[in-house]
Design a protein around this ligand. Structure first.
Ligand code: GTP
Ligand code: MG
Length: 220
């Protein structure tokens, strides 16, 4: 019983900071997306394509969470307006206070979009609101089509779902039928885009979705 109440109060404290982050970013006209997936699904690869494709109309920054290294931040450094790296020192998810600290280092007035690349993990990030407007969840072809049913907590709150590495679908005999059937049970709200961050296949629909989301909140 004590343990449960401790967990609840940690989440409550996190949610309060997340709300402050959201208000701050909203006041600056910045749309915030929290990107989650298993390690290696292609979060950074997707951003490497997306950020230049949306510029200069939409100017992006990235907050990237990693257990140890700065490698993703280095990959994105030349592409985004700004990149802030958070090392979680072993933590399996970002939390709102870490994002708040990262926001202090960014020139918010120069931005339209903030992508938060969460730590690669299919479980922990689900419970932690970071102050985002929208949650993006990636599933990649090599992981197999059963992941929605096995990790529902990450897919349930998703506002958009991308199946990445579609260039490998033939080789791995991947079909999205199981993914769609499992999503029909837990999340019928989120659009599903089939993409390849390697070849660029399917990414125009994702870019259009991002433009529409930004316009819907902040106008043109
Ligand atoms: N074939 C193929 N490979 C891809 C695609 N997207 C990413 N990759 C490769 O998959 C590997 C992992 O991609 P990352 O972008 O680092 O994945 P990530 O989700 O950011 O990984 P973590 O930050 O460690 O969780 C890299 O070798 C990428 O080149 C894709 O669409 N097709
Ligand atoms: Mg990455």
């Amino acid at each position: 019983m004590t343990k449960i109440s401790v967990v609840r109060s940690v989440l409550k404290a996190n949610d309060a900071v997340a709300e402050v982050n959201r208000k701050r970013l909203e006041a600056a006209g910045i749309l915030v997306l929290n990107i989650t997936s298993a390690p290696g699904s292609g979060k950074t690869a997707l951003l490497e394509r997306t950020i230049p494709a949306l510029a200069p109309g939409l100017r992006s920054a990235v907050v990237v969470g990693d257990l140890q290294t700065t490698r993703d931040a280095e990959r994105l450094g030349g592409l985004a307006v700004e990149v802030a790296q958070i090392n979680t020192e072993g933590g399996c998810h970002l939390q709102a206070t870490q994002v708040a600290d990262a926001l202090d280092t960014l020139a918010l007035k120069d931005l339209d979009l903030l992508f938060i690349e969460n730590v690669g993990n299919m479980v922990c990030p689900a419970s932690y609101d970071l102050g985002e407007h929208l949650r993006v969840v990636l599933l990649s072809v090599p992981e197999g089509p059963d992941k929605v049913a096995k990790y529902p907590t990450i897919f349930q709150p998703a506002d958009v779902i991308l199946i990445n590495k579609m260039d490998l679908a033939g080789l791995l005999e991947f079909s999205d039928e199981i993914v769609r059937a499992d999503l029909a049970r837990i999340n019928t709200r989120a659009p599903l885009f089939k993409v390849s961050a390697r070849t660029g296949e399917g990414l125009e629909a994702w870019y259009d979705w991002l433009r529409v989301q930004h316009r819907a909140r902040f106008g043109s």
